[in-house]
Ligand binder design. Sequence first.
Ligand SMILES: Nc1nc2c(ncn2[C@@H]2O[C@H](COP(=O)(O)OP(=O)(O)OP(=O)(O)O)[C@@H](O)[C@H]2O)c(=O)[nH]1
Ligand SMILES: [Mg+2]
Length: 317
Amino acid sequence: LRNVDPERLFTAARAGDRAALARLLSLVERGGDEAHAVGRLAYPRSGNAYTVGITGSPGAGKSTLTSALITHLRARGEEVAVLAIDPSSPFTGGAILGDRVRMQEHATDPGVFIRSMATRGHLGGLALAAPEAIRVLDAVGREQIIVETVGVGQVEVEVAAKADTTVVVVNPGWGDAVQANKAGLMEIADVFVINKADRPGLDQTRRDLEQMLDLSDLGGDWRPPIVATVGSTGQGVEQFWQAVLNHRQAAEASGVLERRRQRRLQEELRSILASRLDARARQLCSGDRYDELVAAVLERRVDPWSAADELLEGVGA
Ligand SMILES: Nc1nc2c(ncn2[C@@H]2O[C@H](COP(=O)(O)OP(=O)(O)OP(=O)(O)O)[C@@H](O)[C@H]2O)c(=O)[nH]1
Ligand SMILES: [Mg+2]
């Protein structure tokens, strides 16, 4: 693993070397030139994977459900890769640790690859690293990728929304559907799962969701189905997966999937540009010329717009 040549790592990972795959993902996570090198290698080899995003409030049972789903898929002889994304906590954080524990039973299964990813605070952060990591998994031949995002902040919702099929997990009880709505999850859901269906309040939550769906302008012919599950026993997981497959089929047939993927790439390109320009801007905000201009602005000899123009002159931006 001292070998960091991405080309070799790819060859090894494609041959099934899990350590090489893990190493590639670490490079992506770290960002910088090596991550770009990995990205360049991954892109032409990618485009075959189907991604399912699973999101929902903390503790809704996403990891438990994912683990049950892995069991279901493995029983059908299918392979699966899981990317658990946590934008806030460091690698040793509780949530990620919890995810590891809950998916532990699959850790030694060669048909399963599980990886946690946290932000490293580099430019663009997870919003850029997540699609890149997915592309690496795709490029080494993982065709079924589950992306679990922890929490419901803006970045999490953004990452979850970028899947081919997005699953929103809520729990029974008053108010959970309303919370999901507030977090912006209604707009991105292709499938709703009410997990912890062994608890009271299932019907109420189902009604809440149906009502919100009635009120929202879905703008398409797909109405997100609502599936009830008990992640801890696996109850309903088969129906849950069937709902995902149904959405996939509908999205493929209607052309929605292709349009979504195109839009995703456009957005990604724009994010990359924004992150690069931001890096340039930071560079410009240091040095003698910058200090001089700041002084000039403070003394009201130069206005901020003209100062910015002058700083940008040399950059061609
Ligand atoms: N009663 C009941 N408990 C469940 C069910 N599914 C999960 N749990 C429990 O709910 C708790 C949280 O489950 P997780 O799978 O870690 O939830 P999560 O959404 O991944 O949590 P974060 O990753 O921290 O956001 C655990 O104690 C699970 O055992 C269920 O269907 N019924
Ligand atoms: Mg989890």
